[in-house]
Structures are given as C-alpha cells and as structure tokens.
Design a protein around this ligand. Structure first.
Ligand code: UTP
Length: 402
C-alpha cells in the first residue's frame, strides 16, 4: 500500500482499513483504494442539501395534449425517422426493495407465461418503432454488478426482437459506502463495499464510455431517459417528443397527477424560478395540500422518471457537479474479526447522484401530463404499494397478457 493512502487511513482512524496497513493487497483492492474519493467523508455530517424557494409549476394537461395530439405526434415521428431521438434505459440500480438478486429487468412479471421486464419495455418501444418505420438507438446503463448478466440476457433472448445494431450498453460508476461513524466498508477480501452511484450519474458515465461518439455519428439531438422498473413506460413517445420540441424547451418530463396529496413521489415545481423536483418529505403539510381555484393540488404533478433532454444542453452542463445525496442503506460488510455481516437494518451511508437534479440544471422543462393508469406501473417492492402485484394488475387492465 502506498504511504499516501496509509497516512489517510491513519489520519481518519479507519476501523476496517487500518488492518490492511503494511500488508500486500490484492490488486483490485489496491486500485480501488488509489481511486477512492475521500471527500465523501465530508458529506456525512453536512446535514441535508440546501434547497431554494419552491413555487408551484403547472403542466401541459391531458385535454390540451388531446387537442394537439396529431400535430405533436407528427413532429415526434419526424424526429424519430430522422434518427434525432435516442433512448437511455437506466438499469444500473440494485433493486434492493424488490429483493431479486439479478438485474431488475430480468424479473419475470408474467403469471401464465414468461414476460420479463426488459421484454415488456422493448415491446413498448417497438410500438413506436413499428409505427415510425425506424429504429430508435437504445443505450442501456448497467452497473459493474449486473453488466455481464444483462448483456448475456439480451443475447440469449435475441434482443426480444429489437435490432441489435441499435442497442449499446455502458457501465455506470461506483461509489463507496461508509458506516455511520465514517469508516469505509469492505465487502470482500479484495474489494471495498462499492455500489452504483445513483441514476444521476448516467450522462457522465455515458460520456466516459465513449458512446457519445456513437450518438453524434447517428445525429441524435434528443435523449429520452427512463427507468427500468415501470412496465407501462412509454418510450420515445412521439407525442411527448413532439410537444417538447414544439414548446422550444430543452427538456420535458412526464408527470402524473398524485394519487393523494401525501403520495411519496417527487413533484415537479419551481425552485428559485427554475424547474425542479421537490421530494414529498420536503413539502410542508400546507404546501402538500394547497390547491388552486379549480381544486387541483399546487404540487400535484408527480414525476415518473421519464424525461427528454436536448443533447446540446446536456453537453453544455456536462462538467457541472450534481449534488450528492447521502442515503441510509443496508450494506453487507466484513467486520474487524473478518466475519461477513449481512445487516437487517440500515447500517451505512451510500452516496447517490439523482437524475431529478438534472432538471434544475437544464433551465427549462415541459411538464407533460400522462394518464397514470396507462403509463405508470412501477415495480419497486415484492408486495404492497408499487409492487409486482400492482404492476401485474395494471398490465392486465391495459390488455397485456401476462
Ligand atoms: P430506484 O431509485 O428505485 O433504485 O431506481 P433501485 O436501486 O432500482 O432500487 P432500490 O431503491 O434499491 O429498491 C430508479 C431507476 O434508476 C435506476 C434503476 O435501475 C431504476 O431504473 N438506477 C438507480 C440506476 O440506473 N443506477 C443507480 O445507481 C440507481
């Protein structure tokens, strides 16, 4: 171990790393320690991130969209046919709440037949590509933990009928975990406890992978970024794309009306005059329940992790740092006695960048209302709210055989 690292370990009195001093380390661990960003430690006692002043933000609502649907759709299809639209599937998460040990997209949501989440998403996308008569380049973000299995799964299933020349994978960056006293955790003899650094890191990871060259060569001007875990996710939706392009804005976000004022979703709003997302726990009771003259909630449009971003603006803001969110999670680790511990309760902080913070940086955004029952079936938990059960019900309601 080099002396610089040794000194850092000593200076911050690292509980789990100090046992390594003076030893020859496995190459992997040595490399991780060399690359370790110690500034994460400064964040854990920093309290929550400072936010600006929130104000409500309306949305383009369903009736207005219905009235202009054909115009928007034509514009969107034109962009897709000109290969100006790419899609980014965020599939690097660990899906800890679901408790499935493989990539979430490999989960079989079917009942009487096999229907994998990835498969359903590809079907949703192919509704659009069939209509457009053109493929949409699809970039899939994985993590070190699930990259190999995700690639193999797509190969094994012949890309679920998608054109494989239009599918590319990239791996997101990792971040360390520390216990509540600021000790970096180790998860194996040759590795720190590392986990994917949150879905906000997607563009930096995309650039680092070099896939921006592919994007530029294809002439892509817009990226539609979406989460793996909504099986009703409408991808490269031409109406949404067209509406965003014609609005003259540099980003758009699909939103649904909150099921109730206290629903645990982030709501689109203004923060110091710029579009932003306020988390449900950041709203006071008064703000959460406030309504306008029509009785609609002022902070009533929840985001569903389906955004469209203009590429030139993304490139402009690419080197700006996103805030890092410190979250408490259960992280398995090796204790001082060398035993592997799988905690039952949160024991550590993880550090995540979130895509919702990008909306603020884009400067302007079109909030675009969609029907919840038709476009929002998140698979977060095994049972209960936003679960496999509720997603199955919603798939059936939408006439999808499962
Ligand atoms: P979630 O915030 O629900 O996180 O991800 P998760 O890791 O999948 O699940 P839990 O919280 O551990 O149960 C929302 C979307 O962001 C992606 C996920 O794959 C999902 O599409 N994501 C999340 C990433 O791509 N990378 C990450 O580091 C985190």
């Amino acid at each position: 171990m080099n002396t610089q690292i040794e000194n850092k370990i000593k200076a911050s009195n690292q509980k789990y790393l100090s046992g390594l001093i003076g030893k020859t380390l496995p190459e992997r661990l040595e490399k991780q320690l060399e690359e370790l960003d110690w500034s994460y430690l400064d964040l854990i006692h920093g309290g929550s991130q400072k936010r600006g002043t929130f104000a409500p933000l309306g949305a383009m609502e369903l009736d207005e969209i219905a009235a202009k649907k054909e115009i928007f759709k034509e514009e969107g299809l034109k962009a897709i046919r000109a290969c100006k639209v790419g899609a980014i599937l965020l599939a690097g998460g660990q899906g800890t709440r679901l408790g499935f040990d493989k990539a979430k997209g490999m989960f079989n949501i079917g009942v009487n037949k096999e229907l994998y989440i990835f498969e359903q998403l590809i079907r949703n996308l192919m509704k659009v590509t069939d209509e457009a008569g053109a493929w949409v380049p699809l970039y899939i973000m994985t993590s070190e933990k699930n990259d190999a299995q995700t690639r193999a799964f797509f190969e094994e299933h012949a890309y679920f009928g998608y054109n494989k020349d239009f599918v590319k994978f990239f791996v997101q960056a990792m971040a360390p975990a520390v216990d509540f006293d600021g000790n970096f955790l180790i998860e194996a003899e040759d590795s720190l406890a590392l986990s994917p650094n949150g879905n906000g890191g997607w563009f930096t990871s995309f650039l680092r992978s070099g896939l921006d060259a592919d994007m530029k060569a294809r002439g892509i001007e817009w990226l539609n970024v979406f989460a793996v875990d909504n099986v009703l996710q409408q991808i490269a939706d031409p109406v949404f794309i067209g509406a965003t392009i014609l609005s003259g804005r540099v980003s758009g976000s699909k939103v649904v009306r909150k099921a109730d004022p206290h629903e645990r979703v982030g709501a689109l709003c203004l923060e110091d005059g710029k579009p932003s997302i306020v988390e449900y726990y950041e709203l006071t009771k008064e703000m959460a329940e406030a309504t306008d003259e029509k009785g609609s909630l002022l902070y009533g449009f929840g985001v569903i992790l389906n955004y469209i971003f203009r590429v030139d603006r993304l490139l402009e803001i690419a080197d700006r740092k996103l805030p890092i969110h410190v979250v408490e999670k259960k992280v398995p680790y090796i204790n001082e006695a060398g035993e592997f511990v799988k905690p039952e309760e949160p024991n550590a902080y993880k550090f995540e960048e979130l895509i919702l913070d990008m909306v603020y940086m884009m400067d302007n955004c079109l909030p675009f209302e969609v029907e919840r029952e038709k476009e929002f079936a998140p698979v977060k938990n095994a049972t209960g709210v936003d679960s496999v059960d509720t997603a199955r019900e919603l798939l059936k309601k939408n006439g999808i055989e499962i």
